[in-house]
Design a protein around this ligand. Structure first.
Ligand code: AMP
Ligand code: TRP
Length: 343
């Protein structure tokens, strides 16, 4: 397998990341990684495992490193191609933490209090809310801005964080740019289908790693038996005939969308197929479709994990490449802010 990425000067740059908290699920795949893979040959891509974000909620130090490798291996297993993309670990490049600090000092605190994800997570964490959780979007802005990314492919839930990133850019350039755009304004890249995969146990809630019920999500590494069990038990409704977009049938819309996206069929075809179907007929079909869609990812994952030195070398090369860009931006930002240089 090849680990050298040829430099490309003329392509727009893409950056995205996923936290190494638990296993990746179908929401992460359809909302984010699959979209990275589909357009990677059109861009110069940077994909990081955002382990510094993973400690904004209570975490387990004995599994953090292993979870980080799992996510990096899943990137490769899902089809991230090193001829177009660089894979690295956020905490391996200290510029992420350093730029986050610099941006902290020009980000109004009330912008952060307004973040929906902060409010939701803060409620869940109760007494235990850290400064890090509030600061999460500023660290995310640092991730994106260090690489002067043009596009950021994410799920719908991250849109507000990207708006904040753009506001930080405008404020920084206005206050410290001296007429120059030192930081680049990134654009979100959000696909309509799969942008919001819902929980299997409640079609009004997002599929999430933090849901206490394993039955609420399909993980990319779930065995065929687990997938079958989860689809068998997933929430449905008492109606016959399956259709998209019917009010009061959120589960039906979600499951039909999963079937459509994972089987690669058009909406019209799936709508016609579902019209006369009952749940008893649809569930086995969906189960098989999910198992088949995940099979190649799982087999590639096993192969990548069986060669630990390969994964290490991917991450070392990734760090080396990413660090050059990150340090360049960090230097420009420090210069604009008026810092002295060490002699
Ligand atoms: P996280 O699991 O929070 O690290 O999210 C990683 C990526 O997956 C982000 O781009 C999210 O927007 C995306 N994502 C997470 N959950 C979902 C979901 N239920 N549906 C669609 N995209 C999602
Ligand atoms: N906040 C993102 C999420 O939870 C993860 C993330 C961190 C990210 N830094 C990023 C995504 C930079 C895109 C770009 O999904």
């Amino acid at each position: 397998m090849n680990v050298i990425v040829p430099p490309s000067m003329d392509k727009q740059r893409v950056l995205s990341g996923v936290q190494p908290t638990g296993n990746l699920h179908l929401g992460n795949y359809l909302g984010a990684i699959r979209n990275w893979v589909e357009v990677q040959d059109q861009y110069e891509n940077y994909f990081c495992v955002v382990d510094l974000h993973a400690i904004t909620a209570p975490h387990n130090p004995s599994t953090l490193a292993e979870d980080t490798y799992t996510i990096a291996a899943l990137y490769l297993a899902c089809g991230i191609d090193l001829n177009h993309s660089t894979i690295f670990v956020q905490s391996h490049i200290s510029a992420h933490s350093e730029l986050a600090w610099l941006l902290n000092c020009l980000t109004p605190i009330n912008w952060l209090h307004d973040m929906i994800q902060f409010k939701e997570k803060a409620i869940k964490q109760g007494e235990n809310v850290s400064m890090g959780l509030l600061d999460y979007p500023v660290l995310m802005a640092a991730d994106i801005l260090l690489y002067q990314a043009d596009k950021v492919p994410v799920g719908e839930d991250q849109k507000q964080h990207l708006e904040l990133t753009r506001d930080i850019v405008d404020r920084f350039n206005h206050q410290f740019g001296g007429g120059q755009a030192i930081l680049k304004r990134p654009n979100p890249m959000i696909r309509h289908e799969g942008a919001r995969v819902m929980s299997l146990t409640d079609g009004t809630k997002k599929m999430s790693k933090s849901d206490p019920s394993e039955l609420s999500r399909i993980n990319l590494l779930d065995s065929p038996d687990e997938i079958q069990k989860k689809i068998k038990k997933c929430k449905t409704d008492p109606y016959r005939g399956l259709a998209f977009g019917v009010v009061d049938r959120p589960e039906c819309h979600n499951l039909l969308t999963l079937y459509m996206v994972l089987s690669g069929q058009s909406r019209e075809k799936v709508a016609a197929e579902g019209e006369d179907m009952g749940w008893g007929q649809f569930k086995p079909l969906l189960t098989d479709t999910i198992i088949e869609a995940l099979r190649p990812i799982q087999s590639m994952y096993t192969q990548v994990r069986s060669e630990p030195t390969y994964l290490e070398s991917v991450l070392t090369h990734g760090r080396e490449r990413a660090e050059v860009l990150a340090n360049k931006t960090l230097e420009r930002v420090k210069e604009a802010l008026g810092f002295s240089r060490p002699r």
